[in-house]
Design a protein around this ligand. Structure first.
Ligand SMILES: *[C@@H]1O[C@H](CO)[C@@H](O)[C@H](O)[C@H]1NC(C)=O
Ligand SMILES: *[C@@H]1O[C@H](CO)[C@@H](O)[C@H](O)[C@H]1NC(C)=O
Length: 462
C-alpha cells in the first residue's frame, strides 16, 4: 500500500476525483511526559490515510548539544520512551515524523521537556546539611536547571555557606549565565562567595542552579543550616521624673545563635510619628524623651535580631507620657495655667494635670481668663475637670472671668483632648486666698456686658 491523497476538482456540477501520492503529514497531538526513568513521547497518526505509515521516527537532542538521536517505532505503536538517567536538569528537544513508502514526512512542531533535577531537603534546625552538585564525580553539564526545595520546622531562616563555588565565571562578569540563586533573589557565581542569609516564607526556600549553554563549569558545595527565629524579648517600662520613659528589655529564651541586636519601635498616638532604633545586643535599657509629646499615648515594642533578620515581636506596650505640673501657692499667691501650645492649637489625644496646693491650708479659686475648647454635648470631646467636682466637665467656650470658688487648699485641674478637633485652649488662673480671711461666697452678679467691672478689695490686718 502506498499513501494516497484524494483530490477533487469540480467544475459546474461535475466533479472528477483523482489520487496523488505523497509523504505523510506530521503526526498530530505530540505530547511529552517526564516520568521517573523516561520521557514518554505520545502522538496521534497524521490525518488520513493512517494505515499507510510504515515507521515513526522520534528524534531528540539534549540542548545545547544539537546532535540528534533517533528512536524508530516500527510496530505501529504511538509512543516512544527516551531514557533520562544521567540527564537530570537537561532540556530535551523532541520531534516526531511519520514515514510511508513514498518517504519521510515533515517533523511535528518541536516539543521541549526539562528533566527534573534536585531534591527536597528536610532540615533539622541548627544542623548543617550539605548540598553538592553534581553529586557524582566530575563536572556539571551545560544547559542545566536544578531546583532543591528546603523545608524546615517552624518559622526560621537559612544560613547558606558556600564551601566551594566553582562555576568558572570570571570575577568581573555578572552572574547571569551560570549561577546559584536562593529564594530566587540574588544570583551567586563567583568563587569568593562566603555566607548568605535567606529569610524563608512558610518554613520553605528554594535553591536553583542554572548553567548556560556556553562555558563549562565544575561544581559547587553548599552547607545549609536552618536557624530558628528569635522569640519575643520581654518589655517593661518605668516613668522617670524627668519626662522620660525608660524601657527595660530582656532577651528571648532558647536562642540558637547569638543575637546581633534589637529593634525598638515606638509611635506617638494618634497622629505619629513612628520611630525605630537599633540597639546593641548587650543593651537592655532604652529611654524615650517625652518632653515634646507630654500627655500623649506612646506604643512600643521590640524585636530581637540575628544577623539582620528580625524575630518575633514582643508584647505591645501602651504608655501615656507624663504631663503633670505640681504648683505650690503662698497665701494670696496666684498661678497661670495654659493649655499646651496656648494660644495655638493644643495637641490631640493628651491628658495633662496641674496639681495645685496652697500653703497654710488657704482655699483656692479658679478663674477662667480664656477658654476655647471643642464644644460637644455633655462635653464628650475635649474638656477640663476640677477635682473638687469631678463630675462637672467644662468644654466649648466659657465667659471670661468666671470664677469657681472652692473651700479646699489643694486641687487638680485636668485637661483631656480627644483625637479630633483642636482649638486654642485655655488660660486659667488659680488663686490662693489670704490667711486670715474666712471664706465668703461672693454674690453672683450678672452683668449686662463687659463694660462694667467690679473689684472688691478685702484688706485685713495680718
Ligand atoms: C488532536 O488534535 C486535533 C486537532 O489537530 C484535535 O481536534 C483533537 O482534539 C486532538 N486530540 C487530543 C486527544 O488531544
Ligand atoms: C510595633 O510597634 C510599631 C510602632 O508602634 C508598630 O508600627 C507595629 O505595628 C508594632 N508591631 C506589633 C506586632 O505590634
Amino acid at each position: 500500500m502506498v499513501s494516497v491523497r484524494k483530490f477533487q476538482l469540480c467544475l459546474w456540477a461535475m466533479c472528477i476525483s483523482f489520487e496523488g501520492l505523497t509523504v505523510p503529514f506530521p503526526p498530530r497531538n505530540v505530547t511529552i511526559e517526564v516520568a521517573t526513568h523516561h520521557v514518554i513521547v505520545k502522538w496521534d497518526p497524521p490525518i488520513e490515510p493512517n494505515d499507510a505509515i510504515t515507521i515513526y521516527v522520534v528524534s531528540y537532542s539534549i540542548l545545547p548539544d544539537l546532535r540528534v538521536t533517533i528512536n524508530y517505532v516500527t510496530d505501529g505503536s504511538r509512543f516512544s520512551l527516551i531514557p533520562v538517567e544521567g540527564r537530570e536538569g537537561r532540556l530535551f528537544k523532541i520531534q516526531v515524523q511519520a514515514q510511508n513508502k513514498v518517504g519521510l514526512g515533515n517533523p511535528s512542531a518541536a516539543r521541549y521537556a526539562r528533566i527534573g533535577c534536585g531534591k527536597t531537603l528536610w532540615l533539622n534546625p541548627s544542623a548543617s546539611t550539605p548540598l553538592i552538585y553534581p553529586e557524582t564525580e566530575g563536572n556539571y553539564n551545560s544547559g542545566i536547571l536544578c531546583q532543591w526545595t528546603l523545608f524546615t520546622k517552624e518559622t526560621c531562616f537559612f544560613r547558606i555557606t558556600f564551601v566551594t563555588l566553582q562555576l568558572m565565571v570570571p570575577d568581573n562578569k555578572p552572574c547571569i549565565e551560570d549561577y546559584v540563586t536562593i529564594g530566587n533573589k540574588e544570583h551567586f557565581c563567583h568563587a569568593q562567595e562566603e555566607e548568605r542569609i535567606v529569610v524563608c516564607r512558610d518554613s520553605k526556600a528554594t535553591v536553583i542552579f542554572n548553567s548556560d549553554i556556553w562555558a563549562p563549569g565544575k561544581r559547587f558545595n553548599l552547607l545549609i543550616m536552618s536557624i530558628k527565629l528569635p522569640g519575643p524579648p520581654s518589655l517593661s517600662y518605668t516613668l522617670s521624673s524627668d519626662n522620660a520613659i525608660i524601657l527595660k528589655l530582656s532577651p528571648p529564651t532558647e536562642l540558637t545563635l547569638p543575637l546581633s541586636g534589637y529593634v525598638i519601635r515606638y509611635s506617638i498616638l494618634p497622629d505619629g510619628p513612628t520611630f525605630s532604633k537599633i540597639m546593641k545586643p548587650n543593651m537592655f535599657h532604652f529611654s524615650i524623651n517625652t518632653k515634646h509629646v507630654e500627655g500623649k499615648v506612646i506604643l512600643m515594642n521590640v524585636t530581637a535580631r540575628i544577623y539582620d533578620i528580625e524575630g518575633v515581636t514582643s508584647n505591645l506596650l501602651k504608655v501615656r507620657a507624663q504631663c503633670q505640673r505640681n504648683i505650690v501657692l503662698e497665701p494670696n499667691g496666684a498661678t497661670d495655667i495654659y493649655s499646651p501650645n496656648y494660644p495655638n492649637h493644643y495637641p490631640l489625644g493628651i491628658i495633662c494635670t496641674w496639681r495645685i496646693r496652697a500653703k497654710r491650708d488657704v482655699p483656692l479659686s479658679v478663674k477662667f481668663l480664656d477658654f476655647q475648647l471643642e464644644d460637644s454635648y455633655r462635653c464628650t470631646g475635649d474638656y477640663i475637670t476640677i477635682s473638687t467636682n469631678p463630675d462637672e466637665k467644662f468644654c466649648g467656650a466659657i465667659l471670661p472671668f468666671r470664677i469657681i470658688e472652692t473651700d479646699v487648699a489643694s486641687l487638680d485641674v485636668t485637661f483631656i483632648s480627644n483625637n479630633e478637633d483642636q482649638k486654642s485652649g485655655f488660660h486659667l488662673q488659680v488663686l490662693a486666698r489670704g490667711t486670715s480671711v474666712q471664706v465668703l461666697a461672693l454674690p453672683q452678679y450678672k452683668l449686662p456686658s463687659h463694660k462694667y467691672r467690679c473689684s472688691i478689695v478685702l484688706a485685713l490686718p495680718s
